[in-house]
Each structure stands twice: as structure tokens, then as C-alpha cells.
Design a protein around this ligand. Structure first.
Ligand SMILES: Nc1ncnc2c1ncn2[C@@H]1O[C@H](COP(=O)(O)OP(=O)(O)O)[C@@H](O)[C@H]1O
Ligand SMILES: NC(=O)c1ccc[n+]([C@@H]2O[C@H](COP(=O)(O)O)[C@@H](O)[C@H]2O)c1
Length: 292
């Protein structure tokens, strides 16, 4: 993890926790995978030694998932990010359809086992960093943001989410944003309409069967609006799940967090008007294992 709380990329994660093909799992949360033969395989996430909070940010390509995750990370203490984009298989392993389009927008294009391994390793040492232990414990509940375009279609992750968000943008805006972004390999002509958007619609439809709550976010709203909404929501969820909202570490004057944070509510919309320090409070103290 970057010292300044930067995006946790796979390479950095490996630097902190060497990735193994499968981590030692002592299960707390049960996930389920359906094997090709139709059998249900149980997947255990390791029981973290402390309470954790896992946020899923799914959504359409170029919907603003990475941007929102990074913006949230600036304001949430002890927060790591795992990006699904880091787990694409090499081009040589990607199937092509009859039109010659590489099939990137399907789960098979991703090394999801490797991604699950990264998640499991985080669970084993949540919020682990090189910082002194005393500092770690002062940071509050370790938070993991997992962001990616095919999160909620991947059953083994179903049991992990404490809160799920899904960013949407209209077709035209998506096509416009996508046209300015260069992937490796770059999109060939006709790729958006011939592969990307149809696959998105298919995966959206498959999400109809999801049983847990997903908060849909309008990705055309400003970055500030989006981070403010999600931040407030996460804060409330943490309060709910832990029965109390705890120790705000004020930057000045010992004021309440809202007074102090300059999150002004206007017509129900919270605007973040100050910089990062506005959010520098510990969301919740860690709980002992017996309380989990
Ligand atoms: N709220 C927003 N409003 C307008 N443009 C945005 C917003 N969030 C992200 N973008 C832009 O959209 C593009 C894709 O953003 P990104 O966060 O990489 O999306 P994703 O991770 O969903 O593919 C980038 O050019 C980014 O600057
Ligand atoms: N990272 C890669 O190796 C790679 C290559 C080609 C396309 N893509 C695209 O990445 C998209 C998913 O990522 P975003 O949600 O960040 O746009 C998919 O729509 C896929 O077409 C990724």
C-alpha cells in the first residue's frame, strides 16, 4: 500500500502480502461458486482478526468507478482498493468472436481466482501497512474498496459486501468517455457497439436476480456529489452495523464531525467544500474479535 494511502495495485499488494495461489483460509464469510459440472463449491474468506468493512463499486465501463474509489479513499481512514482491471488475462488468452472482436467484457477474460486470492490476503491482514502498530489501531475499521465492471455477476464475492454501489451512465455518454480512453489493446472500430455495450446490457440483466441491496448511482453527477453521497452512506452503514458512531478525531476545536467537516447539506445534497482534512476522523474503533 502506498504510504499516502494510494491505490493498492496488485504489484504493491504483493509487496505487502506475497500472493499465493490460494491463501490459508479460516473462514468467516462463506461464498459460493458454481463449478462447470453444476456443483456448488464453498469459498471461505479468512476471518479477519479485526472487524472489516468491504465496499463494492461496480458499474458500466467508464462510469467513474476508479475515480470514485480513489476519491473515497482520500476521505476514509485505513482504506485499501483492489481493482478488477488489474486481473485481466493476457491478450493471448482472450477468446475472439466471429467478428474477430476480443471478448474482454466477460468474466472469462479475468483471472478471478487471482483476484479472490488478493481479497483473501487482504482479509488475513486487513489494512496492513508498514506503519507502526499503534498508528494502525488508531485508524479505525479497515475498509476495502473493490471496484470493477463485473463484480456483482461473480457469485463467490456475493457474501463479502457490506455495501454495494453501481454506477450508471447513458449509452451516449459511455461511448463518448470510452472513445477518449486507450486500452491495451486499443478498441478496434465498432468494438463498443459490437461487444462492450451488448455485454454490459447482458450483465445488467443478469443482476436482476441479486437479492441484496445495491445503491445505484448516476455517474453523470459531479465527482464531489458522488463521493459525498457515498461517504455519508458508508458512515451511516458503519454506525448501523456497529451500533454506535465513534470517536471523531477533530482537526480543531473538538467540534462535532459535521460542524467540523464542512459537509454542508443543501436540499439533501451534501457538498464537500474543503480538502481531505475535512474527513479525517476515525469512522469506528476496532472491535475485539469477541465482538465480531
Ligand atoms: N463524475 C464524473 N463526471 C464526469 N466525468 C467523470 C466522472 N467520474 C469519472 N469521469 C471521467 O470518466 C472517465 C472514466 O473514469 P474512470 O473512473 O476511469 O471510470 P471506470 O473506472 O468506471 O472505467 C475518465 O475520463 C474520468 O475522468
Ligand atoms: N485492462 C485490459 O487488459 C483491457 C484490455 C482491453 C479492454 N479492456 C476493457 O476494460 C473494460 C473494463 O474496465 P473499465 O470498467 O475500467 O473500463 C472492459 O470494457 C474491457 O473492454 C481492458
Amino acid at each position: 500500500m502506498k504510504a499516502g494511502g494510494g491505490l493498492l495495485r496488485l504489484g504493491e499488494l504483493q509487496a505487502v502480502v506475497p500472493l499465493r495461489p490460494t491463501c490459508v483460509l479460516f473462514g468467516a464469510r462463506l461464498g459460493r461458486t458454481q463449478t462447470r459440472s453444476g456443483n456448488i463449491k464453498k469459498t471461505w474468506f479468512p476471518k479477519p482478526i479485526m472487524k472489516t468493512f468491504v465496499i463494492g463499486i461496480g458499474g458500466v465501463t467508464n462510469g467513474g468507478k476508479t475515480t470514485l474509489a480513489k476519491n473515497l479513499q482520500k476521505h476514509l481512514p485505513n482504506c485499501s482498493i483492489i481493482s478488477q482491471d488489474d486481473f485481466f488475462k493476457p491478450e493471448s488468452e482472450i477468446d475472439k468472436d466471429e467478428n474477430g472482436f476480443l471478448q474482454y467484457d466477460v468474466l472469462e477474460a479475468l483471472n478471478m481466482e487471482k483476484m479472490m486470492s488478493a481479497v483473501s490476503c487482504w482479509m488475513e491482514k486487513p489494512g496492513h501497512s508498514a506503519g507502526p502498530a499503534a498508528l494502525e489501531s488508531a485508524k479505525g475499521v479497515p475498509i476495502l474498496i473493490i471496484e470493477g465492471f463485473l463484480l456483482f455477476n461473480y457469485k463467490p464475492l456475493d457474501s463479502i459486501w457490506n455495501r454495494s454501489y453501481f454506477l450508471t451512465i447513458p449509452y451516449e455518454e459511455c461511448k463518448r468517455r470510452r472513445s477518449t480512453r486507450v486500452y491495451e489493446p486499443p478498441d478496434p472500430p465498432g468494438y463498443f457497439d459490437g461487444h462492450v455495450w451488448p455485454m454490459y446490457l447482458k450483465h445488467r440483466q443478469a443482476m436482476d436476480t441479486i437479492t441484496w441491496e445495491i445503491v445505484y448511482l448516476d455517474g453523470t453527477r459531479s465527482e464531489e456529489d458522488l463521493v459525498s453521497q457515498v461517504y455519508e452512506d458508508v458512515k451511516q452503514e458503519l454506525e448501523k452495523q456497529n451500533g454506535k458512531y465513534c470517536s471523531f478525531k477533530p482537526d480543531g476545536g473538538g467540534k462535532s464531525n459535521l460542524e467540523n467537516s464542512s459537509l454542508h447539506s443543501k436540499n439533501g445534497v451534501h457538498k464537500c467544500q474543503h480538502g481531505e482534512t475535512a474527513f479525517t476522523h476515525s469512522l469506528l474503533e476496532n472491535k475485539s474479535e469477541s465482538e465480531i
